[in-house]
Write a protein that binds this ligand. Sequence first.
Ligand code: UDP
Length: 376
Amino acid sequence: MKILTIVGARPQFIKAAVVSREIAAFNAGQDGLKIDEVIVHTGQHHDGNMSDIFFREMKIPEPHFNLGICDCPHGAMTGRMLEQIEKAIMSVRPHAVLVYGDTNSTLAGALAAVKLHVPVAHVEAGLRSFNMNMPEEVNRALTDRISRLLFCPTETAVKNLLREGIAGSSETSAGAPAVLEVGDVMFDATEFYRRIGKPGKDIQAIVDGDKGDYYLATVHREENTDDFRRLNDIVEALEMIAGTTAIILPLHPRTRKALSRHGLRMNKVTLLGPVGYFDMLALLDGCKGVLTDSGGLQKEAYFFRKPCVTLRDETEWVELVEHGLNTIAGAKKDAIIGAEKAFLSRGTVGFSCALYGRGDAGARIVQALNDYLGGA
Ligand code: UDP
């Protein structure tokens, strides 16, 4: 059975690494049918620190197609990807196209596949922020609508799909999509790589130097980087907090460009370039708390038992907020400073619940691909 995997952005490399590893494990334990994975890298994130390092560290198989599509507006990017992925599908003729998350690469992959009548399997289906101004929300809602296998990380995600009329069914034969709650592949990734991943020397020195007494921050959502008022407030709040507790901020290229475009500077916050996943896991392990607008990092804070302040007006990962593990501060300076004082400064807190599965989401996805498509 052939699966065409579409990746293009940093979080997708991490998620796909989990599933690729499980495909290899599945094949090793099989006498009969094997899964042949063909990887398409769209190029959305392309440089050493945003792409290559993840393939190297996490031993993701080399992509068979490198489309090199980057640095263009949403429409042009999605359109060019659509055209090139269509060609890849026509040459590979896969039994399914596997897409991850909510980027332009996700939507382009799903659209190209559905128009060629190739089943789409979506990992991280059913997430909703209910904010259609987010490009990610548009990408994920449309992808879910045209997917045939929907792998949900949480019960909330399953309910979101139900509300949109995408009902869970264990049968695909009647034409209904299969909605399966499998847990979160990001949890699998953390569980696996935190045991084997070693950070670089520079990062280890930061972690050792400030052990347990720094915050880890990331900012890259378009709604924050492209809005001067929001970015300015975030910068001022982080600078203020960094006056008393060190903040380590690995800068996304989009944010670096936005800071320079808006003429904003940070002097007290420790700015790094984007770091690899193993560095990130070490920074998470050593920190006192997290401030972020990232989707993935909100959950990783929880995996490492660190409180998290979310620099957005809403989150898809609502269970973290419901359990008091995450607080939504938005992008107003006073609210962020207040959230740090009231919520973050308490440091590590007890986390007794298991919100994102058992660390076997990847294996369950591969098993389901085999069960649903094996006879195709
Ligand atoms: N990440 C990383 N290096 C960094 C920043 C983030 O490896 O410099 C990891 C992070 O730990 C998480 C993933 O990238 O696993 C999240 O990706 P990102 O925040 O870019 O996207 P989102 O999750 O918001 O879609």
